[in-house]
Design a protein around this ligand. Sequence first.
Ligand code: TYD
Length: 221
Amino acid sequence: MEELANNERGRMGARGVFITLEGADGCGKSTQAALLEAALAAGGREVVRLREPGGTPISEKIRALLLDPSNAEMSAECELLLYEASRAQLVRQVIEPALARGAVVLCDRYFDSTYAYQAGGRALPEGLVRAANELGSCGLVPDRTLVLDLDPAVGHARATAGGADRLEAEGLSFQERVRAAYLRLAGQEPQRVRVIDASGQKDEVTARLLAACADLWDPRG
Ligand code: TYD
């Protein structure tokens, strides 16, 4: 009964706020997710910080498969479906319940990563990736998506300094296609997707991120 009431609240829009952080490898996203979490929690909100792929026991097992450099033979289609499978479990098990109880959900990567990496990076057909995203996200769209933008050469060098995972091993031109896809998305959905300059001091970047979602709490923005 309580679950029903929660679902109903979710559908009616009286729910928490769903923010996603995006960007190519090495853009400082994970550091910023932690800083943003701290800033939002200091305001007294319940903040649920997650990262994709992962966040549930099933999704973490899928993550291990996806990032394992020894899975070099993985097809682009298999990769796409594994990201979506991991996501669907996270949405149903964690994100929807958190939003229903009014929390701020801060997710380090979500379906725009699939667009940027699998359609942009891997060049899978865009329509196919969008359809897969709709299924994997269970139709749940973020209220705001913050894309941390950094020169891909700087990001790639940073990300691979300690060794590369399976995606990072794809090289710089892959990261350039990922960045171009993010910028395309921001052009198509300017209200939801905001591009944030990720260069400069950490706290300056955090301030930019907070400013870019301030209207979600204060409608006068
Ligand atoms: P991770 O080590 O979490 O990287 P980061 O700190 O940059 O987020 O690894 C996630 C990798 O998976 C990253 O290279 C991006 C990639 N990815 C996709 O290709 N598609 C997706 O849908 C998602 C969520 C991630």
